[in-house]
Write a protein that binds this ligand. Structure first.
Ligand SMILES: [Zn+2]
Length: 279
């Protein structure tokens, strides 16, 4: 599933293509992709002819300001990806929506499983959409160590689950949560209330470097190549992962075999030596 580095990589690609452009033909081929709008046809009707002001992001959501106080939301879901193409260029299978700019360039939304979505919201709709519950962005608006400590105090969930919860810090998914915990040397099953201040600082301070490294390499394309950059290349972070997906392989820090366990129905990968459950 695309996480913050994949979404940010996609955002950086589409930003210069869309910013300042008036949108032309918008074609949502599968109404399911526009299911978050009460009227799915609102997506095309509201975007066509309107100018894009700013291409932003919070967590895993691309949030595009469009004139008329509209917010164009793109979420890649489990298997979605964006593609920049010229008209007439061969379409990838499962191209479910096409957004053409006035200059003719196309933003295509490819999503085999259609768990992703596009929406165009008025300010009121945006407030009621649940997006207001998305927490602070893990890359650009990370809470302080004090704020982490306050949120974690006395609480029992495993730290891995807390990192996946998008309401506090938004953007981490299974891959990068494992990477953050590995870099911070914290076992994924630790209860968040048991972390001392030094551990919380290590954890907090591992988040941005891990995400920046992911972005620097274009994100992680797994072997299924569900995620690709908008120009069709694969993200190169897979071979640089320290923990995720490396069960049985040696820890890059200490050489101990990486282990896997299930926490909250998700696989967690960790080094049993660097990330001890108890000292
Ligand atoms: Zn290790």
């Amino acid at each position: 599933m695309p996480e913050l580095p994949e979404v940010e990589t996609s955002r950086r690609f589409i930003e210069p293509v869309l910013t300042g452009q008036r949108m032309g033909l918008v074609e949502v081929r599968r109404p399911r992709m526009a299911r978050r709008n009460v009227r799915p046809e609102d997506v095309a009707e509201r975007l066509s002819g309107r100018r894009v002001r700013r291409v932003g992001r919070r967590g895993k959501f691309i949030l595009i300001d469009v004139e008329g106080e509209l917010t164009w939301v793109i979420h890649l879901g489990m298997s979605g990806r964006l593609q920049i193409a010229e008209p007439g260029e061969t379409e990838a299978p499962h191209t479910n929506a096409i957004f053409q700019t006035e200059s003719g360039t196309e933003l295509r939304f490819v999503d085999p499983r259609t768990f992703g979505f596009v929406a165009v919201f008025t300010p009121d709709e945006l407030t009621g959409s649940g997006l207001s519950r998305v927490g602070r962005d893990a890359l650009t608006d990370l809470p302080t160590v004090d704020e982490f400590a306050e949120t974690f105090a006395g609480r029992v969930p495993a730290i891995k689950s807390a990192l996946l919860d998008q309401r506090f810090v938004a953007g981490l998914g299974n891959i990068y949560a494992d990477e953050v915990l590995h870099l911070a040397r914290i076992h994924p099953a630790r209860r968040i209330g048991s972390l001392d201040r030094e551990e919380i600082a290590r954890l907090r301070n591992a988040i941005v470097p891990v995400l920046e490294a992911g972005v620097a390499h274009g994100g992680t394309s797994l072997n299924d190549l569900a995620y690709l950059l908008p120009d069709g290349r694969a993200g190169q972070f897979l071979e640089r992962l320290g923990a995720y997906g490396r069960e049985g392989e040696p820890c890059r820090t200490c050489g101990t075999a990486i282990e896997r366990m299930v926490i909250a129905q998700r696989s967690s990968h960790f080094c049993p030596m660097c990330q001890r459950l108890a000292d």
